[in-house]
Design a protein around this ligand. Structure first.
Ligand SMILES: NC(=O)c1ccc[n+]([C@@H]2O[C@H](COP(=O)([O-])OP(=O)(O)OC[C@H]3O[C@@H](n4cnc5c(N)ncnc54)[C@H](O)[C@@H]3O)[C@@H](O)[C@H]2O)c1
Ligand SMILES: O=C(O)C[C@H](O)C(=O)O
Ligand SMILES: [Mg+2]
Length: 594
């Protein structure tokens, strides 16, 4: 298929690339640098002679060498640091290296190791990457954002205030690294252009005492600002993004419980935005539930579901399950909620606790009357009474799903569906191996971080699906960016969830994983993006014109616009002729856009 088959490819990423910089400036521009792979002609054209050893490598040779270097680092965090420096030197090589060792490197550049890197941010700091906005500095946010290029140049802005990073809590300014990591996943898994994104941290202080007492801590060393002043700061940021990059999609990550939902509710009908912990987690979990229900031979509308840990992720998942039940059974959302029990620190959420519940938790509170004869505090007792089919952990409480709890559940249902989703790995509510052992292999499970396959008593291996929002959010973002949808509505998310659920291996083989494997994620992202785009067009939300609609063509149009880690031929242009990209104009870390 000719690459230029489509009359309109807004984000074409192939063909020669203009370059107006030379010499060491070029070697220090990670987006354009090819290191030892610069060709003879490029070395001549770009004044690189004398700056490189004479041997010219292929990208494959560079990948092999880099992989050898990677393996000399013995700890996951050491490997993570090595990869960060690789990214600062040569982006094509960085992404190609990961792509070729995806299963091995995913946990190093993302959950769980990224959690360690974030917790140690100020100590490991070498080089800033991203946009740091501090509530105490009255900067003009638009002017800061301007460094990332003109209005057409940015597709996704990922932003965190660092308050609830994974399950490791308040990490303050270190939250920048979750924005960076999520954007890496967008590029890796959905071909989002690595130089058309902005990672942002909103530094509003920290309530983490260790950081407050750490002389090396790089963020604002004072308690978090909350209330009106915080809301106003977030609003200034969102409005600046909207003004500067009206077509960009905003990804909110790891905000605290009080703010995550509030921010999403406030902006979801104003701009194209997404909260990964609420919506991404909800959608990926629902996709895994569909596969598990299929294997168990049950319908969601007939199941009892229990959430353990009813925070941002827990209530996000509960809401998606509620909506799915309502659609499946034609029940009202209020009736659908009767099948969902939310448990948090004080035990089962009851109506008498309403004053202490968040707005998202409120509707799930159960009448106290129903529990006057039973203990609503211990998980075991609640499981005894509710007899759930599904138990989902988003509590950050490690090992909360004990043998007793799991076996109690297994007494009442044939195939207990148990998802310990708390990240990083050490916070998982249960180890999948134990879940299999305690239920004689009957459990249907998926986990928030990657786990190796579990060997069964008969020697067969079971793959454990990774139920992490990373299988979903990249495809949703790709669909949102390519359609330039005005908003990310619930129906677009439903379409994405269905597209993710369709290729689940368990639908073909009941012993297989409940979700597609992370190594297939690029193709799955194409399917998710296609579903999102079709829905956006149908609902009149797509601002992009000329989106091909014929079967197969849309997918091809999507693939053509996905960035790939390949060297493009560099074409020399004079500074005056070059675009911003070609001129190597810098964002915060000497990055060029385009
Ligand atoms: N797998 C994924 O894709 C995914 C996505 C989002 C979040 N998560 C994980 O889920 C966890 C929660 O994240 P969040 O953003 O919802 O955090 P959160 O702080 O908003 O929610 C955590 C909830 O758990 C409750 N909790 C804490 N200790 C508890 C206990 N001992 N018993 C019962 N409840 C308890 C808290 O009160 C809170 O309501 C984190 O570990 C996070 O990494 C996983
Ligand atoms: O970041 C992840 O690994 C998933 C999720 O967003 C989380 O907060 O745990
Ligand atoms: Mg998160």
């Amino acid at each position: 298929m000719a690459p230029n088959k489509f009359s309109h490819l807004p984000l074409s990423t192939s063909g020669p690339q203009d370059c107006a910089i030379t010499g060491s400036a070029l070697l220090n521009t990670p987006y354009l640098n090819k290191g030892s792979a610069f060709t003879k002609q490029e070395r001549k054209d770009f004044e690189l002679d004398g700056l490189l050893p004479s041997r010219i490598n292929t990208l494959d040779e560079q990948v092999a060498r880099a992989y050898d270097q990677y393996q000399t680092h013995k700890t996951p965090l050491g490997k993570n640091t090595f990869m960060t420096s690789m990214k600062e030197q040569n982006e094509v090589l960085y992404y190609r290296l990961i792509q070729e060792h995806l299963r091995e490197m995913f946990p190093v550049i993302y959950t769980p190791t990224e959690g360690e890197a974030i917790a140690d941010y100020s100590r490991l700091f070498r080089h800033p990457e991203g946009c740091f906005l501090s509530i105490d500095e009255p900067v003009n946010i638009e002017r800061v954002l301007d460094r990332w290029g003109p209005s057409e140049d940015v597709d996704i802005i990922a932003c965190s205030d660092g308050e609830q990073i994974l399950g490791i809590g308040d990490q303050g300014v270190g939250g920048i690294l979750i924005s960076v990591a999520k954007l890496v996943i967008y590029t890796l898994c959905a071909g989002i252009h690595p130089n058309r994104v902005i990672p942002v941290v909103l530094d509003v202080g920290t309530d983490n005492h260790e950081l407050l007492n750490d002389d090396l801590y790089l963020g604002l060393r004072r308690p978090r600002t909350r209330g009106e002043k915080y809301d106003e700061f977030v609003d200034r940021f969102v409005q600046a993004c909207r003004k500067r990059y009206p077509k960009a999609y905003i990804h909110f990550e790891d905000f605290g419980l009080q703010n995550a939902r509030k921010i999403l509710d406030r902006y979801t009908s104003e701009i194209a935005c997404f909260n990964d912990d609420v919506q991404g987690t909800g959608a990926v979990t629902l996709a895994a539930i569909y596969a598990a229900a299929h294997v168990a031979g049950l319908k969601l509308k007939d199941m009892r579901i229990m959430m353990f840990g009813a925070g941002t992720a827990g209530t996000g998942i509960a809401d998606q399950i509620r909506d799915a039940i309502a659609v499946e059974s034609e029940k009202s959302p209020g009736d659908a909620m009767k099948q969902i029990w939310c448990v948090d620190r004080p035990g089962l959420l009851l109506e008498s606790m309403k004053d202490d519940l968040t707005l998202a938790q409120h509707p799930y509170a159960k009448p106290d009357d129903e529990w006057k004869d039973a203990d609503h505090k211990s998980l075991l007792d609640i499981v005894k009474k509710v007899k759930p089919h599904i138990l989902i952990g988003t509590s950050t409480k490690p090992k909360a799903f004990t043998k007793e709890v799991v076996q109690e559940m297994a007494k009442h249902v044939d195939r207990p569906i148990i998802f310990p989703l708390s990240n990083p790995t050490k916070l998982h509510e249960a180890d999948p191996k134990d879940l299999f052992d305690w239920t004689d292999g009957k459990v249907l499970t998926a986990t928030g971080s990657p786990f190796p396959p579990v060997e069964m008593k008969d020697g067969r291996k079971r793959e454990i699906a990774e139920c992490n929002n990373a299988t979903l959010f990249p495809g949703v973002g790709l669909g949102a960016v390519l359609s330039r949808t005005r908003f990310l509505t619930p129906s677009l998310l439903v379409a994405a969830t269905k597209a993710l659920a369709a290729p689940a291996p368990a639908l073909q083989d009941p012993d297989a994983a409940l979700l597609p494997d992370v190594t297939d994620v690029r193709e799955i992202s194409v399917e998710i993006a296609a579903a999102v785009i079709k829905k956006a067009v149908q609902e009149g939300l797509a601002q992009e014109k000329d989106i091909p609609t014929e079967d197969g063509e849309l997918e091809e149009w999507i693939r053509e616009q996905m960035w790939k880690p390949e060297y493009r031929q560099l074409r020399k242009v004079r500074k005056e002729e070059g675009s911003r990209v070609a001129r190597g104009e810098a964002g915060s870390r000497g990055m060029v856009r385009g």
